[in-house]
Design a protein around this ligand. Structure first.
Ligand code: 5GP
Ligand code: ZN
Length: 112
């Protein structure tokens, strides 16, 4: 998707503070952090939002949880993070390329 900001980050056309990358996903810090540790896990495949996940995406979506734990540990918030995936503009989704938020280092963070 040529007008997608996260596709541009994946392509290296827009810089990001990258924490992890492999052939399927990229992980980078949120530009506007809402917690002491706030990073995003993004499948490289352009999926617009959680409702668009298909059976083919089961593996990569599972990987997001595993790598989230790995990066959270590296960021010293292994036992203190909240996972958020927004689905749709009304829920607060602003970037329509699926992403998992990890909000770490906050106490009792509901609501953010
Ligand atoms: P959403 O509201 O769609 O769930 O979350 C989008 C997130 O992407 C927001 O937390 C916002 O701060 C972050 N974001 C938007 N543009 C950029 C960018 O260019 N770089 C980075 N690192 N984060 C971004
Ligand atoms: Zn995209």
């Amino acid at each position: 998707m040529s007008d997608c900001i996260f596709c541009k980050i994946i392509a290296g056309e827009i810089p990001s503070d990258k924490l992890y990358e492999d052939d399927e996903i990229i992980v980078f810090r949120d530009i506007n952090p809402q917690a002491p540790v706030h990073f995003l896990l993004v499948p490289k495949k352009h999926i617009a939002m959680p409702k668009d996940v298909s059976a083919n995406d089961d593996k990569v979506m599972g990987k997001l949880f595993r790598v989230a734990a790995q990066v959270a540990a590296a960021e010293n918030v292994a036992d203190n993070y909240r996972i958020v995936l927004n689905n749709g503009a009304k829920s607060g989704q602003e970037v329509f390329h699926i992403h998992m938020h990890i909000l770490g280092g906050k106490e009792k963070p509901w609501p953010i």
